[in-house]
Design a protein around this ligand. Structure first.
Ligand code: IMP
Length: 217
């Protein structure tokens, strides 16, 4: 059993990560570490933000010499978002705070989705292509200070398009607007079993699992 601290306050992400990783991994959340610092996500790439979150939390755990539950040896950070071709890759790394474009506060999903639909209102369906991207960064909680270059990064992307109106109740974020290639329903309609097999996050986590399998051999 590998224990990971998941460096996010997004409960949907934690749920997906635990469901995708399965029973060989125990995912702790920041709820179990109330003193953990809030990391400012100001990098201009997903990899930059993911490594920043993972390293800052691993170093915080190390400095605090916290007796972590189940001896947490790894911090896992997910940075992800939606790139829309007709918007030159926006919202990209600003996906969580797209509506207000506030550096520190995330916007509500409904406001982000409304802004996306507004910006795409004159763009026909065939030009509404895009993709979800995810970078998972893995930092080790050691007895040395972790540098960003020591992080392992695993990337995933899921191609699709932005539909004309939201549909479905599942998932989170832009899921009600995003239809993955090869499907006619949004991620929010397809449900978690389908999403967790083909999503950007599923692809990145498959690489992470592979990494742990190799370590074990
Ligand atoms: P982060 O916490 O800075 O990585 O923000 C990620 C943001 O990207 C979320 O708040 C969502 O708006 C969006 N996002 C990332 N992954 C997904 C997904 O799987 N479904 C829907 N939206 C996502």
């Amino acid at each position: 059993m590998t224990t990971l601290l998941i460096a996010t306050r997004n409960a949907h992400k934690v749920g997906e990560i635990q469901a995708i990783l399965g029973a060989d991994f125990r995912c702790l959340t920041l709820k179990e570490f109330p003193g953990a610092p809030a990391v400012v996500e100001d990098a201009d790439t997903f990899a930059g933000n993911a490594t920043k979150k993972a390293v800052e939390l691993a170093n915080w755990l190390f400095q605090m010499s916290i007796a972590t539950p189940h001896s947490t040896r790894f911090v896992l950070a997910d940075d992800s978002g939606l790139e829309v071709d007709a918007l030159n890759g926006a919202p990209g790394v600003h996906s969580a705070r797209f509506a207000a474009m506030d550096q520190t506060e995330n916007s509500h999903d409904a406001d982000n989705n409304a802004k996306l639909l507004r910006l795409l209102k004159d763009v026909p369906l065939e030009k509404r292509t895009g993709r979800f991207r995810c970078v998972i960064a893995l930092a080790t909680v050691g007895n040395w200070k972790m540098e960003r270059g020591n992080c392992q990064c695993f990337a995933g992307a899921c191609e699709g398009r932005i539909q004309l109106a939201a549909s479905g109740q599942g998932g989170f974020g832009y899921d009600p607007l995003f239809v993955p290639d090869g499907f006619t329903q949004s991620f929010a309609e397809l449900g978690e079993d389908v999403k967790n097999k083909l999503s950007h996050r599923a692809q990145a986590l498959a690489k992470l699992k592979n990494y742990f399998n190799k370590l074990a051999t």
